[in-house]
Write a protein that binds this ligand. Structure first.
Ligand SMILES: Cc1cc2nc3c(=O)[nH]c(=O)nc-3n(C[C@H](O)[C@H](O)[C@H](O)COP(=O)(O)OP(=O)(O)OC[C@H]3O[C@@H](n4cnc5c(N)ncnc54)[C@H](O)[C@@H]3O)c2cc1C
Length: 393
């Protein structure tokens, strides 16, 4: 049932990561730079970088991340690998000559670690983080929360509302960690505690002109980034679901109640069947969406299949870990069994990459629009918007 075979060096590396996962979670200790660069040296990162000739297709990269999620009992590591590769792509892909000269090679080699600073405690049309134009560039003030990997990041992709712009337009900046006026603070999160989630405080933070990644329509920029990111965000989750499933089967083997293994009880068998179903259906949905991401059918701004797949995998993972909790009995509540940790970790994916509820609203609006469009054209050959989701949705 294993998803991918890694080299023995990589397996040794994961054994070390796994040995300290619990302790690092307890201490809110981020995956350190050395551990990240070890992953890079083992070839676990660069296949996600589109500017390198060796880069993987979306499906292959998703499967690679799934494999990392399976082998890493620490959910923070594959999360950081997928996020940093995605950010490297969006920075290099902007083709800004100054920025690429300064950062591209280091991003490709995993030597410069980027983080994504968007969430602002407000909706995108009333952002609290404001950028005021000056002769040298922009002066930025505001607070950014939940910056994954922020504790160990070298640069931040920061979104800010341009002061005096008529339509609350957003601009996107690259800000170095040592930029005066930028302060990075640790956030005491419930789960994903090794992902180095940070709060950024920007006080009169002057960003020079050559560090502007995109001066107008930052909203489209973030939509495109998150749209492409959603599937890679949840790919490691699929691998971890399998890890939890296997650990549950192992646990059931050793559990005897009323003179029989609990796995002989029909209720338990049905719950195991449900876990299998949750994992298998998540994999089918995710692979289908990843394959679409490689095709011309994929909508680069907002793809409904990608959003559906993200929401489905997260809901399924939460259900699966909930079943594991029940089947482990009281032991499911022991920190040593990790189940409670995965419940905390998985809950982070509910808001991460676009809140599940908001995705559902957007999907509903999308389906209603499609329906109205088809009615308007009165296309008699098309009975339903769902007859051929690949071409119609
Ligand atoms: C583990 C983790 C990692 C994260 N990493 C990052 C990161 O690296 N960078 C970053 O910038 N952010 C990050 N975030 C933040 C995350 O992207 C936001 O929390 C998320 O986008 C929701 O925004 P919000 O917290 O402002 O919630 P709100 O926008 O206040 O939404 C709260 C709830 O209100 C409802 N709601 C709000 N708007 C709508 C709507 N339009 N339609 C329907 N319902 C709605 C939903 O139920 C929603 O869940 C992370 C969050 C977590 C938990």
């Amino acid at each position: 049932m294993r998803t991918k075979v890694l080299s023995s060096e990589a397996l040794d590396y994961f054994a070390r990561i796994n040995a300290s996962a619990q302790e690092n979670d307890a201490q809110l200790k981020p995956i350190c730079k050395e551990n990240f660069s070890n992953a890079v040296s083992l070839g676990l990162y660069s296949s996600g970088i589109k500017s390198l000739t060796s880069h993987f297709s979306a499906l292959a990269w998703g499967k690679h991340l799934e494999s990392l999620g399976y082998h890493s009992m620490d959910c923070g590591l594959p999360l950081l690998i997928s996020l940093r590769a995605g950010l490297a792509n969006t920075i290099i892909g902007a083709k800004n000559p100054h920025i690429n000269l300064a950062y591209a090679a280091y991003l490709e080699q995993g030597e410069c670690l980027p983080a994504f600073a968007y969430t602002d405690g407000a909706d995108p049309f009333s952002f609290n983080t404001v950028a005021e134009k000056t002769e040298q560039g922009y002066l930025i003030n505001g607070v950014k929360s939940y910056v994954t990997g922020g504790m160990t990041a070298d640069i931040f992709v920061v979104y800010a509302r341009k002061k005096h712009s008529k339509n609350s337009d957003l601009a996107v900046f690259i800000i170095d960690r040592n930029n005066p006026g930028l302060h990075v603070q640790s956030t005491d999160v419930a789960g994903l505690r090794t992902a180095g989630i940070a709060t950024l405080v920007l006080k009169n933070c002057l960003v020079t002109k050559e560090k502007i990644l995109q001066e107008n329509d930052g909203l489209s920029h973030v939509q495109q980034f998150l749209n492409e990111r959603r599937l890679f965000l949840v790919s490691p989750l699929l691998g971890r679901m399998l890890g939890i499933f296997e650990a549950t089967l192992q646990e059931l083997d050793s559990r005897i109640r009323y003179g029989a293994p609990v796995s002989a009880m029909q209720y338990v068998q049905a719950q195991v069947g449900k876990m299998y179903q949750l994992h298998a259906s998540s994999r089918a949905v995710l692979y289908d969406a990843l394959q679409r991401q490689d095709s011309t059918e994929f909508d680069p701004y907002w793809d409904p299949i990608a959003s559906s797949a993200k929401a489905f995998v997260v809901d399924s993972a939460l259900q699966l870990v909930g079943i594991a909790q029940r089947l482990f009995g009281g032991d499911g509540y022991l920190r040593s069994k990790n189940i409670e940790r995965y419940q905390r970790d998985f809950a982070g994916y509910i808001p991460g990459g676009g809140a599940q509820d908001t995705l559902q609203v957007d999907l509903g609006i999308h389906a209603l629009n499609q329906h109205q469009l088809l009615n308007a054209f009165k296309d008699r050959n098309t009975k339903s918007i769902f007859t051929d989701p690949i071409t119609l949705i």
